[in-house]
Design a protein around this ligand. Sequence first.
Ligand code: NDP
Length: 281
Amino acid sequence: MPIPRYAVIGHPVAHSLSPFIHATFSRQAGIPLEYVAIDAAPDAFDAVLAEHAAHGGAGANVTLPHKRRAAAICGNLSDRARRAGVVNTLIRTATGWDGDNTDGVGLVRDLTDRHGQDLRSRKVLLIGAGGAAHGVAPALLDAGIADLFIVNRSGDRTDALADALGEPMRVHPRYFRDLGTIGSFDLIINATSIGHSGEDMPLPGSLIAPRCDVVDLGYGEAAIAFLSWARASGADHTIDGLGMLVEQAAESFKCWHGVRPDADAVYAALRARESALAVPG
Ligand code: NDP
């Protein structure tokens, strides 16, 4: 029987850690599989996915910029994918693809189980309204946060995300330009891709409440500037997106194979690799 094939499809995708993560899960669980990274330019997603299916693709992770398109091509969406409006996990069916979204559960599990955070009753600022923000916002609300303030560079996308969440008592869209007067927060989450661009996102230190925790969904180089700003502004804990990455992958693995892999072991391996790379020489 041919080894089932899985992929992460994105643009860019060459530096994705997902092939390493899923290869490790596969060894842990004793489930043979092939998992590759496939680059698909913005207008090439459908063709690339069709080719993946033709070559025995049984599932795929979908990343920037294809998560919305992925949701549109699905026959069925899980509840959490429907609420998010975006899909990061595709499951092959007899007739096409079903879609799920594991980003939200991945973030919440990383924050609560790995970092010991209690999300209940927290006042949260979410910066960004792209695919990742759509994925994590419903899960934060489900985790019992008190209020979710959303700001995004493009105001229309802020409003679209707030409207889609459908909880006007708890969800508050705001303008980026008002960040200086918006108050302070217990938890701030950067869900923008600015860390990949080298551009600056000047933010006022007044956003940081006492004992505020700050999360960047990015990791590695991409998270350095934002988390440095947070530490310099007095944040209590700063957390990058590496744990979320591993947790969302573990949840995707479970969707495909019915088995929850040991995410902690893979997280530790990635942190060790990161430290080794940071040692000069
Ligand atoms: P999208 O392209 O869907 O969204 C990008 C977001 O960043 C938009 O809100 C966009 O605003 C904003 N943005 C981009 N450039 C700037 C800028 N110069 N100033 C202010 N805002 C800007 O990307 P994703 O939502 O998929 O990814 C966002 C981040 O989350 C990335 O760093 C990605 O690596 C990370 N991520 C991490 C995951 C993990 O498992 N750790 C999983 C998924 C994502 P606008 O709408 O105005 O364009």
